[in-house]
Design a protein. Structure first.
Length: 71
């Protein structure tokens, strides 16, 4: 309990700012999560360009469709 109390005292100002401004880093955390998912999907690419392309594909949420094989 002492450790929790000390932590709250140390971060008091930051905690109170949230209640006044309602600003969080949730958007940044969400984008980071998407980038990490792209990083996992990019395993096997040996260049940064492949990694970068996978990040754009994941974060950009592109709707890619294939044309029908037999029209």
């Amino acid at each position: 309990m002492k450790k929790v109390a000390n932590t709250l005292k140390e971060h008091k100002q930051t905690i109170l700012v949230y209640f006044y401004q309602r600003v969080t880093n949730a958007i940044a955390e969400g984008i980071n999560s998407l980038i990490q998912a792209g990083k996992g999907k990019a395993r096997g690419f040996h260049t940064f360009i492949g990694y970068e392309c996978m990040i754009y594909l994941v974060v950009g949420k592109l709707k890619l469709s294939c044309p029908p094989l037999f029209a």
